[in-house]
Structure formats: structure tokens, C-alpha cells
Ligand binder design. Structure first.
Ligand SMILES: Cc1cc2nc3c(=O)[nH]c(=O)nc-3n(C[C@H](O)[C@H](O)[C@H](O)COP(=O)(O)OP(=O)(O)OC[C@H]3O[C@@H](n4cnc5c(N)ncnc54)[C@H](O)[C@@H]3O)c2cc1C
Length: 398
């Protein structure tokens, strides 16, 4: 195991830095660094800039327009993007449905969808979870019945991230209710403009419209939108969940946010001294910094295995649990640092509609919503309790 970057890796990092310096729009960067909300246009704009450079498909094979980068190069790209404060390339198309289409789709599906995903011509969302079927996903009930050359879909998905913007949804649907639950599921691509689809917002703790309920009422889906074979969807769904774990630890962002936290605590005063010099507060920051360093080492160990072609395996669950704990701890300490200044809620400022927040402290204003928003991280992508079950069974052998 070698945890140091090679000379080629360092040269690659310089190339990435030069690209980001020259191409990351300042207004987008400021929104990200100041914890403001990004619009659909913001995400699409950054995606298209990266697509023009040919760097969207960082985990894709070259034959489909991917970069063919090594796991370490991908890590460097993600680290540098996080450090610079780029918007994320949303995972639903690039990292979730695309690998499934490559592995199990037919030639027509590959040649139609993959270039559109690279170029962000379609906004994708993920239709897995349902009321009552989250951790126990295989119990899902949304029904698809074959009628001639169409499926008729009825049911409900929930927690569907950013479905309000979506052109397409990839859905797990039940095509055979009579067999064992994992064996009657299929994987369908559905155009969100199809009649019978209703998207209803779920407003989160921070009052952001980030997730939705999606209802299907006799929605007609052409059979050519089926991926692979009917009733084999569970296999494809699990394959996709493996890819969902890319960059799950988000160490790059944690390192950037740690610097932000230190700057924030450096300018808050307590008993005439900067809060960062307060022994109680600084010991919390130090413990968090140690956690982040340990997490980074773990990520590099996993990457070293991936480079040796042993695959990420159940270690991804450790990264998910530790990564999300660190992210939540960061937001907690940010709110603790500014105390009551985080309290005024100013949605217009968060949406970027005015220069200054009601508190006139640009750093403090978004921190309470940021804290509330990040409660989600230990739930989505497979809850942390479920990840701990995986760790205990697959890694500790309990
Ligand atoms: C912000 C956000 C965005 C999301 N985006 C999407 C999306 O775009 N598409 C999508 O399909 N889904 C999405 N989800 C859904 C997410 O995948 C589920 O919320 C998650 O899988 C948990 O399912 P659940 O909410 O039904 O909780 P449940 O499965 O009902 O779990 C409730 C609680 O019980 C615990 N629990 C359940 N089973 C066990 C067990 N066996 N052992 C120990 N503890 C257990 C859980 O950890 C949790 O604490 C999103 C969720 C959130 C919060």
C-alpha cells in the first residue's frame, strides 16, 4: 500500500488546478463557499463547463466518453473541486443510472442516453424509495403491468431528490407480485413529462424544496425503456447502489469546511479573546481535525485497494458512516461558534437575492439552515444504522 502521490499524480493535480482557476465562474464559487443555495441553472452551467473539457465521466470507460482516470486521479479531481468550491456534478445521471445503462442496457439505450447524460441534456432523478420501503427497499409496491408494447405504472415514490427539475426518472417497479420480493422487480426509465405523473414537494427542516413525492397514475411507459430483463431489476439496483458510494466520505469538502470553521471561530470573541483560543472550543476543533485526518487516511487506503483492482467492497460503509459524522460535527460546531447570529432565517439571502443577510454577517447567516439540512446525510444513501449492520457482518464477521 502506497499512500503518497506519484510525480504523475502531482502533475495531474497541477493540470486540474489550472483548469479550475481558469474555468470556475466566480459567482458560482462564491455561492458554494458561502453556503448559499444553488439553482438548477447553477448546476447545469457548471456541468456543461466540465462536459466541454471532457471531464464529466470520471469513472466511465473511455469508449463511452469517460476520462479513463485511475481511482487516485478521480480522488484528486474531487479533492481539488471541493477545495476550490465548485458546485457538484449531480450523481443521479453520471454515477447512478449511467453505469447501469453501460452494464445492462442495450445498444440503442447506450447510444441515446449516455451522451445526453455526459452533456446534462436530461436532468435525472432516482425513484427507489417508497413510503414503507426505504431500508427494506425490496418490499416496494409501485406496480408496472405489461399491456402490449407498454407498461402501465401505478404507485408512489418518495424522498425523490430534485425531481421538480427532472426530465427523467429511473424507477424500480414491481412487475411480478407473486414471487419472492427480490425476484419480481424491474428497472424502468420514465420520461417525467408522461401524463399521469405528479410531483409534490416535501419541504425539509431548512425550508428548502430539495425532495419530493412522485405519484404515478396509469403512466404509460414504452417497453423499450426497460433496462435488461424483466424481473431482474434487483440485480441492477444493487449494482447501482455500489456506484452511489463514490466520494461518499467527502473528505475534500470536510477539509475546506474545517478551514472555514477555524476562520469563523477566529473572528468570534469570547472573554476578550478569539473563540478559537478558548480551550474547550479548540479541543473540539482539534478532535474533529484528527477525525478528518484519519478519514482521509482511510479513503487513501480504500483507493489504494481500488487501484490494485480489489474494489471498494464493504469499506465504503465505513466511509459513509465516518464521513457523515464528520460533516454533521462540522455544521454543529459552526452553529456553536456563531451562536445567536445563526438564528435569523433569511431565505432570500440563501437564494442569492440580496447582497447582505439580515444579520449583516455573511458567514453566519446560512449556518442554521446548513446545520438542519445536513441531518439528512446519516439517513440517505443507506442509513448509518444499516451501514453499521454491514460493517458488523461483512468486516467484523459478527
Ligand atoms: C434528503 C434525502 C434525500 C433522499 N433522496 C432520495 C432519492 O433521490 N431517491 C430515493 O429513492 N430515495 C431517496 N432518499 C431516501 C433514503 O434512501 C431513505 O430515506 C433511506 O433509505 C431510509 O429509509 P426510510 O426513510 O424509509 O427509513 P426506514 O427504512 O423506515 O428506517 C427508519 C429508521 O430505522 C432504522 N432501521 C431500519 N432498518 C433497520 C435495521 N435493519 N437495522 C437497524 N436499523 C434499522 C433506520 O436506520 C432509520 O433510523 C432520500 C432521503 C433523504 C432524507
Amino acid at each position: 500500500m502506497d499512500l503518497n502521490y506519484t510525480a504523475e499524480d502531482l502533475a495531474f493535480r497541477d493540470t486540474v488546478r489550472a483548469f479550475l482557476d481558469a474555468n470556475l465562474p466566480k459567482d458560482l464559487q462564491q455561492k458554494v463557499l458561502n453556503h448559499k443555495r444553488l439553482s438548477k441553472e447553477d448546476f447545469v452551467r457548471w456541468h456543461k463547463i466540465v462536459a466541454k473539457q471532457g471531464w464529466v465521466g470520471t469513472g466511465w470507460p473511455v469508449q463511452y466518453g469517460g476520462t479513463g482516470w485511475t481511482p487516485v486521479q478521480r480522488h484528486i479531481w474531487e479533492e481539488e473541486c471541493a477545495a476550490a468550491g465548485t458546485p457538484s456534478i449531480l450523481p443521479f445521471g453520471v454515477n447512478m443510472v449511467a453505469p447501469v445503462i453501460m452494464a445492462f442496457g442495450n445498444e440503442a439505450q447506450k447510444s441515446y442516453y449516455l451522451p445526453r447524460i455526459l452533456n446534462c441534456d436530461d436532468w435525472w432523478c432516482q425513484g427507489y424509495s417508497e413510503p414503507g420501503s426505504g431500508s427494506d427497499l425490496a418490499s416496494l409496491k409501485t406496480r408496472a403491468e405489461r399491456q402490449g408494447d407498454h407498461y402501465i405504472v401505478n404507485g408512489q415514490k418518495t424522498w425523490t431528490t430534485l425531481a421538480q427539475h427532472a426530465d427523467m426518472i429511473f424507477c424500480l417497479v414491481r412487475t411480478d407480485p407473486a414471487v419472492r420480493k427480490q425476484e419480481g422487480i424491474s428497472f424502468l426509465l420514465i420520461d417525467m413529462k408522461t401524463p399521469g405523473i405528479t410531483v409534490r414537494p416535501i419541504i425539509m427542516l431548512d425550508e428548502e424544496h430539495e425532495v419530493n413525492e412522485v405519484f404515478f397514475d396509469n403512466v404509460k411507459v414504452p417497453v423499450e425503456n426497460l433496462i435488461g430483463e424483466e424481473n431482474k431489476g434487483w440485480t441492477y439496483a444493487k449494482y447501482l447502489l455500489g456506484h452511489e458510494r463514490t466520494n461518499i466520505a467527502a473528505v475534500g469538502r470536510a477539509k475546506r469546511e474545517l478551514l472555514f470553521l477555524k476562520r469563523l471561530a477566529g473572528k468570534q470573541m469570547k472573554s476578550g479573546k478569539p473563540l478559537l483560543d478558548d480551550p474547550m472550543f479548540s479541543s473540539k476543533v482539534a478532535s474533529l481535525e484528527i477525525e478528518i485526518m484519519a478519514l482521509e487516511m482511510t479513503v487513501l487506503r480504500v483507493l489504494s485497494q481500488e487501484s490494485a483492482k480489489r474494489g471498494p467492497g464493504p469499506e465504503a460503509s465505513m466511509l459513509k458512516v465516518k464521513g457523515t459524522e464528520v460533516q454533521q460535527m462540522l455544521t454543529e460546531l459552526m452553529v456553536e461558534a456563531v451562536g445567536p447570529y445563526a438564528m435569523p432565517f433569511d431565505p432570500a439571502y440563501l437564494e442569492g437575492e440580496q447582497e447582505h443577510a439580515v444579520t449583516e454577517d455573511d458567514d453566519a447567516a446560512p449556518l442554521a439552515p446548513y446545520y438542519f439540512n445536513f441531518r439528512k446525510t446519516s439517513i440517505y444513501g443507506g442509513s448509518n444504522e444499516i451501514q453499521k449492520n454491514i460493517i458488523s457482518q461483512m468486516i467484523l464477521g459478527l
